[in-house]
Design a protein around this ligand. Structure first.
Ligand SMILES: C[S@@+](CC[C@H](N)C(=O)[O-])C[C@H]1O[C@@H](n2cnc3c(N)ncnc32)[C@H](O)[C@@H]1O
Length: 313
């Protein structure tokens, strides 16, 4: 199942649809719509009476999907918003419970391929990196505002850059480094000589995560999910960064029952009955076949959890 478009090639598409959608009805949310690859695959399964919501914080993604509408019998809503706002969006649409939710983290190929968005170190571009260009500070302003220690913290934590203080010092001591992607690369080359592709990729990824506050977004989103899901409803998360995957893994594990009541008690009284159960203990990864046609799938990790029936907040 490939819902390929110029915008983005979806990763683990069949696995996501199989995991989320076992009926034709219900309410489903793709909270990282992008080019709508997963969205379309879900839409094809649904009949009238079903509801499908697509969320993206990038106005270009919403606009692209409005111009390329999905053929489906389901009722479709597209929302330009952050996925951390999922509870508010459901409330506004009078949706009290959801049967399946997907987030496919990171950036789309469209965002990378459009130099004016400032995500790519391979092309000449200004250092913007905001997924929503109407909100927050672009990367160049953030770097400008950061102290050496703050910048080093971002590079070390999100980019796993070794001796990140040295890199932060080099960037902060050459003010022209933040003018463009090539200026930043030149600054780094002056300090280190030619850097490997994967190190540059990690520098840019670290800055992007900071600009878009991506880990806090994920944390807030996950916290809202148990209450939103219907009994038996499922959440699927595809992550590409070890910090994100760890956060999802721990959240799912900590949401499972940890009941410490004695086995002689019929009804749990310890208050730790759990809200979710993991559908897969190990992350699902892409096949070599998928990776050969879509190298981006190589680092994808899919985790799925299901709402335990009868749990109220
Ligand atoms: C990997 S792409 C999703 C691709 C999509 N699954 C497809 O099949 O085309 C990630 C998308 O998530 C969006 N995004 C990232 N963080 C977001 C957030 N906090 N809230 C809403 N959308 C977000 C990005 O703008 C981008 O369009």
């Amino acid at each position: 199942m490939t819902e390929t478009s110029d915008y983005h090639v979806p990763v683990l598409c069949r696995e996501v649809v199989d995991a989320l959608c076992n009926g034709k009805n219900g309410c489903f949310i793709d909270a990282t719509l992008g080019g709508g690859g997963h969205f379309r695959a879900l839409a094809r399964k649904l009949s009238n009476g079903a509801t499908l919501i697509g969320i993206d914080r990038d106005a270009d993604a919403i606009e692209w999907n409005r111009r390329n509408p999905t053929a489906t019998a389901a009722s479709v809503h597209l929302e330009h918003a952050r996925f951390s706002e999922i509870a508010r969006i459901c409330e506004t649409l009078s949706i009290s419970s959801v049967d399946g939710v997907l987030i496919d983290l990171g950036v789309s190929s469209f965002q990378i391929d459009h130099p004016e968005r400032g995500f790519s170190f391979m092309q000449e571009c200004g250092l913007d990196m905001r997924m929503n260009t109407r909100e927050g500070a672009p990367a160049m302003d953030l770097i400008d505002r950061f102290s050496v220690e703050e910048l080093a913290g971002v590079l070390a934590r999100y980019g796993e850059i070794r001796n990140a203080r040295r890199m932060a010092m080099a960037i902060k001591s050459s003010p022209e480094a933040i003018r463009s992607s090539s200026a930043l690369r030149t600054c780094l080359t002056r300090e280190y000589g030619q850097l490997k592709y994967k190190v540059l990729a990690r520098v840019f990824m670290a800055l992007r995560i900071a600009v878009n506050d991506e880990l806090d977004e994920l944390r807030t989103f996950l916290a809202a999910i148990p209450e939103l899901l219907a009994d038996g409803g499922r959440i699927a998360v595809i992550s590409y960064h070890s910090l994100e995957d760890r956060m999802v893994k721990e959240f799912f594990r900590n949401s499972e029952p940890h009941c410490i009541c004695p086995s002689s008690i019929l009804r749990c009284t310890c208050g730790r009955p759990g809200k979710l159960k993991r559908v897969n203990r190990k992350a699902i990864v892409a096949s070599e076949d998928e990776i050969s046609v879509n190298p981006r799938a190589r680092s994808a990790r899919l985790r799925i959890a299901e709402k335990i029936a009868g749990v109220t907040e």
